[in-house]
Design a protein around this ligand. Structure first.
Ligand code: SAM
Length: 320
């Protein structure tokens, strides 16, 4: 099988899987005000891929790419029925790191079974500690429920990171309280610049609170020293004088496309080589591995050479 690599030396070593394209929150960067947020607690698989079908696809991709990490996401991945079975199956395929990104609304119940199934790490999205601002960002209550999920995952023995998208004029006053929360739980936190995706494709700039702005806020309270960014990682990291580590994912102002190794699989079985592409590439289970390798080459060509340009597709569908 040919080595799948582009002219910049990039290949796919991380697979992000969007398990369902719906969510029980309606975050303002994902969902426009006029879109319907599907009911909280929806438990159907949204007519999406079954556990055996997903394992078949992931297994074939692993054969072709020697995947090092798989991240389960969505939509909201905890709404996918059969999640523990899926995690166990991915472990059996020999993929070393199995991670999940979630809003944590259902995590207090699922943390234990997921850890037992082999999940190694969880990223929890939490954009505010203040309840009113949390509601403005997510159109749901409550912060306490998310924190309960974080604590359950920590108690279960998983690594937990907190992710917070910072939007100018909405939650930029929450950076220090969020940092404090992360510190109280001994977790790393990453602050994200808002990305030009979905309904924000042409207006993300209006809300952009840049890496430099984020560092200014934190530096007003703390002395910070840079720790750098690991190869292919999304975040650069810093450490405060009391040892708290935090990261910034600066897609817009400090793009990290040059060594991106991420491939995305949506909940209908299409792949995307880049968040900036809204052109799905179909993977058909009937085709042989040579055809799949060709599709993967096509996906690699979707990657931007240097910077993220965004797309009209919301991260809900392509997997955040
Ligand atoms: N529902 C899960 C969650 O809330 O973590 C997983 C999917 S959600 C799409 C994952 C994350 O994508 C969000 O929490 C946010 O960090 C990120 N995201 C989505 N749209 C974004 C945007 N326009 N700009 C920056 N981050 C975004």
């Amino acid at each position: 099988m040919p080595m799948i690599r582009d002219q910049y030396g990039r290949s796919f070593r991380t697979l992000r899987v969007s398990l369902v394209s719906h969510c029980n929150l309606g975050c303002v960067y994902c969902v426009a005000g006029d879109e319907t947020v599907k009911a909280a607690g929806a438990s159907k698989n949204d007519g999406r891929l079954s556990v055996p079908s997903l394992l078949d696809t992931i297994g074939r991709l692993h054969t072709l790419l020697d995947l090092q990490t798989i991240r389960l996401t969505g939509g909201e991945p905890l709404l996918y029925t059969g999640l523990s079975e899926l995690v166990r199956g991915i472990g059996d395929l020999g993929i070393p790191a199995i991670k999940l990104t979630t809003n944590a609304f259902l995590l207090h119940r699922l943390a234990g079974p997921l850890k037992e199934a082999g999940l190694t790490s969880i990223n929890v999205s939490l954009d505010a500690v203040d309840e009113d601002i949390f509601y403005k960002m997510s159109r749901r209550h409550s912060v306490a429920r998310v924190i309960q999920g974080i604590d359950a995952a920590l108690e279960a023995g998983m690594e937990v990171k907190i992710n917070a998208v910072i939007m100018r004029g909405i939650n930029d006053g929450q950076i220090l309280p969020l940092l404090e929360l992360a510190s109280s739980r001994g977790c790393r936190i990453r602050f994200l610049e808002v990305m030009a995706m979905g309904h924000l494709h042409n207006q993300a700039e209006k809300y952009l609170f840049s890496q430099q702005d984020i560092l200014s806020v934190i530096s007003s309270r703390h002395t910070v020293r840079p720790l750098g960014r690991s190869t292919s990682a999304t975040a650069g990291y810093w450490q405060t004088e009391v040892g708290q580590e935090f990261g910034v994912i600066a897609n817009e102002t400090v793009p990290f496309c040059s060594d991106c190794d991420r491939l995305r699989l949506d909940s209908s079985g299409n792949i995307y080589g880049c968040l900036s592409s809204n052109h799905p590439i179909r993977l058909d289970g009937q085709d042989d591995n040579l055809v799949w390798a060709d599709r993967l080459h096509q996906a690699l060509l979707q990657k931007q050479p240097l910077r993220f340009t965004g797309s009209g597709l919301s991260m809900m569908y392509i997997g955040g």
